[in-house]
Design a binder for this molecule. Structure first.
Ligand SMILES: [Ca+2]
Ligand SMILES: [Ca+2]
Ligand SMILES: [Ca+2]
Length: 288
């Protein structure tokens, strides 16, 4: 089977599995096998049975990973973890019940984890009303985002392309979710720009290398080491043994918290298990 076809089949199976799960909350045993794409979990124990908002005011969440990262046509991030993350960050970013979501595909997104955008829309956000658009040529304008409660900006594997879009997201009054493993920095092909005012993170580097006890370990394109990502169960409701930890085989920007009030809800550790250096993987802050 061709890789592209296999990827589509895999995503379809994941979507089917998720839908089966959603339709059967409270009756998980019989469906455990069918949701194998989501890892070994009870149907309602790995995803949010409850989608009520977790915030009274809009927030900005940055996920420094492609949740649909793939190696050998398999998801790298456990499906159940990705699902829990996606639904939790929506609940954290928008105070609206059933928010109207605009998923924007960064025009500069390149080819890394190319199916990530559709995976986010069709699988991870399947329980929400989502409109997906390609970023306009000149960047997002206020008129593009008006009428929505939440903007999910997706660029799986390259830096944000246009500062115009960044500025619109800073001005936007609703919730914002930034998702992609280079979104702590802006454009390496054009004029570089800072993402700090939007993400609350100070960018250090692209995050392929982790140095531990004087040895450098490479993490990139699922050809090297894998990051070990841990969700903070005190900040992500429903995080359990099936979802709390997973691997990520691509680069995760090296950053540090710069904005007061920025919360780290997941960390990533690279290199061998003994390495203790950790970097933010998912962060959030409430808008003023
Ligand atoms: Ca990348
Ligand atoms: Ca990469
Ligand atoms: Ca990166």
């Amino acid at each position: 089977m061709k890789t592209g076809l296999r990827s589509k089949l895999m995503i379809f199976l994941s979507a089917t599995a998720v839908l089966i799960g959603f339709q059967n909350c409270g009756n998980d045993v019989a469906f455990t096998e069918k949701i194998s794409n989501l890892g070994s979990l009870g149907v309602c124990s790995g995803v949010s049975c409850d989608l009520t908002p977790l915030t009274a005011t809009p927030a900005v969440v940055t996920i420094l990973m492609a949740l649909g990262d793939q190696a050998n046509s398999q998801l790298v991030v456990k499906g159940a973890s990705a699902q829990l993350i996606a639904e939790t960050v929506v609940r954290y970013a928008s105070p609206e019940n059933d928010p109207k979501v605009l998923l924007v595909k960064d025009r500069a997104r390149g080819t890394e984890s190319a199916s990530d955008s559709d995976y986010a829309k069709d699988v991870l956000l399947a329980r929400y009303q989502v409109t997906q658009i390609e970023e306009p040529v000149g960047g997002l304008l206020d008129s593009d985002v008006s009428g929505y409660d939440l903007i999910w900006f997706n660029n799986p594997g390259t830096p944000m392309g246009l500062a115009v879009s960044r500025d619109t997201l800073i001005r936007f009054r609703g919730g914002v979710i930034m998702q992609g493993d280079d979104l702590a920095h802006g454009s390496t092909s054009g004029t570089a720009f800072s993402m700090e005012a939007l993400t609350g993170l100070r960018f250090i580097d692209n995050g392929t290398d982790v140095t531990c006890a004087g040895v450098k370990y490479n993490h990139n394109d699922n050809n090297g080491e894998k990051f070990r990502v841990s969700l903070d169960p005190t900040k992500i409701p429903g995080a359990n043994a099936a979802t709390i930890a997973f691997e990520y085989g691509n680069d995760i920007d090296t950053t540090e918290v710069s904005r007061p009030g920025l919360e780290v809800v997941a960390y990533a550790q690279g290199g061998p298990a003994a390495c203790t250096e950790k970097r933010p993987a998912i962060v959030r802050y409430l808008k003023n």
